[in-house]
Design a protein around this ligand. Sequence first.
Ligand SMILES: Nc1ncnc2c1ncn2[C@@H]1O[C@H](COP(=O)(O)OP(=O)(O)OP(=O)(O)O)[C@@H](O)[C@H]1O
Ligand SMILES: [Mg+2]
Length: 370
Amino acid sequence: MNIGVLGAGQLGRMLALAGYPLANRFTFLDTTGHPSAGIGDVMVYTDQHHLDDFLGKVDLVTYEFEHLPVALVQAIEEVKPVYPSSEAIRVCQNRAEEKALFDRLGIPTPAYRLVEHADELEAAARELGCPVVAKSVTEGYDGKGQAVIRDPAEAAEAWRAINHPRLIVEAFVDFVREVSIIAVRGRDGEVVFYPMAENVHVDGILRYSLAPMPDLDDSVQLVADDYIRALLDELDYVGVLTLELFQTRDGGLLANEMAPRVHNSGHWSMDGAVTSQFENHLRAIQGLPLGDTAARMPTCMVNVIGREGDPAAILTMQDAHLHRYDKAERPGRKLAHVNLLAPTHEALLAKVRACAALLPEAPEPRFSFE
Ligand SMILES: Nc1ncnc2c1ncn2[C@@H]1O[C@H](COP(=O)(O)OP(=O)(O)OP(=O)(O)O)[C@@H](O)[C@H]1O
Ligand SMILES: [Mg+2]
């Protein structure tokens, strides 16, 4: 089976690494001009000729990047099966569509407004009550295209800074922690769920993911399972889907956003789960049985961002697994991650601190359970 992947970054790289044992081959189609997968057959898309070439090689198509022209994915769908479908991309690449779907399915979200003018932004900030977060409806990632507004008077400046024709404005959630749920749906509609992760973001970028998250109440996991199952079924989805949520003081969950792909908050599963998110995504899209999602042990994923430090020092740690993406160092760039395993959350926390001390750019790890 030759699997075509739209996008050629580290997620595609890790998909390929998981697929080789299943005798899969990989052809990547990069639309950014900067492929970094460094594995498989990488093609840079500029015109129809490249697309035809790509389609001639692959049996089915998936993606590791959702900021793609929907028309391109629809055109591909005419020729080869695409999992998840172009409809999933259309919804997930647009925060307005995403929130409308959450609303329709009864999945709670922070209060929000859509605005198309600086004055409307100011009015929304007043109505919702500051602080609010303004986000471009399309193209954002790693906190880019966002601004926190602490006073309605800051709206004009935020509008200029984001510089996008349409924004979503959300009430700022005073969350206890950020969490995510990852689930996989097979071609036959079977769904499996990973244990939820607690995610620590600093300046809008994910730094740490810990799963199964500490103090994970069964009832909370079941609520998250229900939300993501509703999304999967509604989109007739095939593959891995990620839902990012805020957990509030009363234990409730508010949906932030979703990603129609394998996700950074699921990288822990490469070493910490019986079956990784990457393998399960490949199983799902090929119509194979889905693998066990159980955690082997409490696991924490530590992102290596900007500068790598000394890989050898990390490798001296026990049950530490370094995954490097073979990318050049650059401020704010995701270069690698480390998965750390320990029998208890307390022991894991000590390991995470030791690992962070070895990474030149790692912020101090702070979790809700400390
Ligand atoms: N309404 C909100 N209230 C409080 N914090 C928020 C809110 N929206 C976003 N944030 C913070 O900003 C981070 C990034 O926001 P969000 O996930 O919407 O954007 P993104 O740039 O698409 O991120 P990603 O890299 O996950 O795609 C969140 O993880 C959270 O820490
Ligand atoms: Mg996010």
